[in-house]
Design a protein around this ligand. Structure first.
Ligand code: COA
Length: 260
């Protein structure tokens, strides 16, 4: 892996842990974080030994406290539109072929919440806090927040969070369906890695097809979604992993998936 200034990558067997590393700025998403994060994810995409990615923020205080507000000060509308339409972390995560788990320990705000929502699964510590505070800066979410939050928790709760800019705590985020699990700060990492390990054992091809099919659900009508699901289901029948999975079941043993 290349050396980055704002990103750390550590490989633990089949899991890669990607850390956004600006703890003194609560891991705010600067343009450098976006550029380096995208580059690191491109590397991880082609690393065949890596089956699952876990994303976290450095330090004890924040996952990510939003876009780097200092970069907003002099930004023109045209430049800002260009930035948001470019290959940002949000778009790369959204279309990433391998499962991504956001491990959230602390503030998860604005672009941080948008980043977590662009991942596939969110696991939070009980001290995490979530929100879309852009309204307090006189702007709106621009990294997918209005769309993904609404898809995840429904229009009425999303509307309230986005219009008030207020934060919610981890149990509320769990009740809303924004996060999959809440653990104590001490157990957050071990529980997240346990989940990542469980997913990493599956066929990477089938995982990729699952992601594509599930993500399509909120972007299509049900008939198109059902047709897409059947196509992806059928593609799985061309793989060695499908042969192995079915054979292992019939032979009453654990499958070993190779991604072929
Ligand atoms: N962009 C740039 N810098 C940020 C930042 C952001 N989104 N969030 C925090 N920081 C910086 C602070 O400016 C401060 O830097 P400094 O030490 O050089 O002054 C440092 O991170 C620590 O933050 P601080 O505000 O001192 O911590 P706190 O515990 O008092 O408050 C928050 C924590 C999260 C409530 C507060 O930092 C905050 O409101 N951040 C902005 C959240 C936001 O609006 N995000 C959406 C952006 S679109």
């Amino acid at each position: 892996m290349a050396d980055y200034e704002t990103i750390l990558v550590e490989k633990r067997g089949r899991i890669a842990v990607l850390t956004i590393n600006r703890p003194d700025k609560l891991n705010a998403l600067s343009s450098k974080v976006h550029a380096e994060g995208v580059q690191a994810l491109d590397e991880l995409k082609s690393a065949s030994e890596v089956r699952v990615i876990v994303i976290k923020g450095a330090g004890e205080k924040a996952f990510v406290a939003g876009a780097d507000i200092s970069e907003f000060a002099d930004a023109s509308p045209v430049v800002q539109r260009e930035v948001m339409n470019s290959r940002s972390l949000f778009t790369v995560l959204d279309t990433f072929p391998k499962p991504i788990i956001a491990m959230i320990n602390g503030f998860c705000l604005g672009g941080g919440n948008e980043l977590a929502m662009a991942c596939d699964i969110r696991v939070a510590s009980e001290k995490s806090r979530f929100g879309q505070p852009e309204i307090n800066l006189g702007i709106i979410p621009g990294g997918g927040g209005t769309q993904r939050l609404t898809n995840l928790i429904g229009e009425s709760k999303a509307m309230e969070l986005i219009l008030t800019g207020e934060m919610i705590d981890a149990p509320t985020a769990f009740n809303y369906g924004l996060v999959n699990y809440v653990h104590s700060a001490e157990e957050l990492e071990s529980k997240t890695m346990e989940l990542a390990d469980k997913i990493a054992e599956k066929s990477p091809i089938a995982l990729q097809m699952c992601k594509e099919a599930v993500k399509f659900a909120s972007r299509s009508n049900i008939d198109e979604g059902l047709r897409r699901e059947i196509d992806l289901f059928a593609i799985c029948f061309s793989t060695e992993d499908k042969k192995e999975g079915v054979a292992a079941f019939l032979e009453k043993r654990k499958p070993v998936f190779t991604g072929k």
